[in-house]
Write a protein that binds this ligand. Structure first.
Ligand code: G6P
Length: 368
């Protein structure tokens, strides 16, 4: 087993560090060559891609958080309305499925019972079906009319890491492909995103080297009993994912919230004991997040922030700041989640938790 971990202490740590490779494998042969479209090899024709009026994303756990980021990608780049639901909720809410709906099941394993049941429910109500999954030949892949594989390689750690970042890559590629077919993509935006995707594996390598600093954060903060994670826009699901990871691995209570919604509840929790982990890349939401964090700081909240290199906006109010390389805002969720994975990993290790097999959790939940 030690050999399988390739010199790392845990599968999860190994898988976090495999992300540059997993992402480049997922991108392989899927970036357009000069003049061509995004070559996804989808089982849908361009005419079908144009016909979709609505997308319903169905998933559980970390895969659902990928879906929430995908909602931004698909709505903004392909201009299709997107809803995201829990597999376990969708199937029991007597869902309204409009004509020309595409239902996308996102599942690392392809075997999560609730996600599969939701995909079947959508299909029975007339939706066309797609799966984004990491296991070729899995039940989800067989159920769907079209499958996009993430090429993350086997994920052993119960807490999902490289499957998540590769799901985000596939969702972004899908949004580009749909945007091309539907004529909604600004060519300049498209070119920038594609160039940024080419550079993504190298950027992920650089982010992995923040581990030493994150380890110091873990040593400082591992005794906290509650954490609040804040972000806005496509970084809001990253706040949710950071909080989920911390709960799963370290058994510390954590909540993820859209930073602008903080004033409607979580602000009551803020005092000098509450660590607030903020994800604030230099994107369209930065100024808003900054002012939300000023409100948190004014109530003695203790801020740990992930910001872009050179961004000094939080220096006076944050207790700890981690600088990440400049990145195209569309890719910020993929980059900013990595330090959050590392933070929960190291806090859990320091607390003596079994990171690869957290209590009560299963890698794939194949029963309802
Ligand atoms: C379990 C795992 C999670 C995972 C979820 C969905 O709860 O512990 O890490 O996100 O299932 O799994 P799936 O294979 O459908 O992505």
């Amino acid at each position: 087993v030690a050999a399988e971990k390739g010199g790392f202490k845990h599968f999860m740590q190994k898988e976090i560090f495999e992300q540059p490779l997993a992402v480049s494998n997922t991108l392989l042969d899927r970036l357009p060559l000069d003049g061509g479209g995004v070559p996804l090899g989808l089982a849908f024709t361009d005419e079908e891609l144009r016909s979709f009026q609505r997308i319903t994303i169905l998933a559980c756990g970390t895969s659902r958080h990928a879906g929430l980021v995908g909602q931004f990608y698909l709505e903004q780049l392909a201009r299709i309305g997107v809803e995201v639901d829990y597999g376990s909720e969708y199937r029991y809410r007597d869902p309204v499925v409009m004509a020309d709906t595409l239902a996308i099941g996102i599942t690392q394993s392809g075997e999560t019972a609730d996600t599969l049941a939701a995909m079947k429910e959508a299909a029975a109500r007339g939706a066309r079906g797609m799966a984004i999954c990491n296991v070729q030949g899995s039940t989800a892949a067989r159920l769907a009319e079209a499958t996009l594989l993430t090429h993350a390689g086997p994920e052993i750690g119960v807490a999902s890491t490289k499957a998540f970042t590769t799901q985000l890559v596939v969702l972004l590629l899908l949004a580009l492909r749909l945007g091309e077919a539907r004529g909604t993509l600004d060519p300049a935006v498209r070119a920038e995103i594609i160039q940024a995707l080419r550079e993504l594996p190298a950027l992920l390598e650089r982010v992995a080297s923040t581990e030493r600093k994150i380890h110091q954060w873990a040593q400082k903060w591992h005794e906290a009993t509650d954490f609040l994670y804040l972000g806005r826009g496509p970084l809001y699901p990253i706040a949710l994912e950071g909080a989920l990871k911390l709960k799963e691995l370290s058994y510390i209570h954590a909540e993820g919230y859209p930073a602008g919604e903080m004033k409607h509840g979580p602000i009551a929790l803020i005092d000098r004991h509450l660590p607030i982990v903020a994800v604030m890349p230099r994107d369209a939401h930065r100024e808003k997040v900054l002012s939300n964090l000023q409100e948190a700081a004014a109530r003695d909240g203790r801020i740990l922030a992930l910001v872009e290199e050179g961004d000094t906006g939080l220096d006076h109010i944050a207790e700890d700041v981690l600088h990440l390389p400049k990145v195209n805002p569309w890719l910020a969720p993929i980059l900013y989640v990595v330090p959050l994975q590392l933070l929960s990993y190291h806090i859990a290790v320091i607390r003596g938790c079994d990171v690869d097999q957290p209590r009560n959790l299963a890698k794939s939940v194949t029963v309802e």
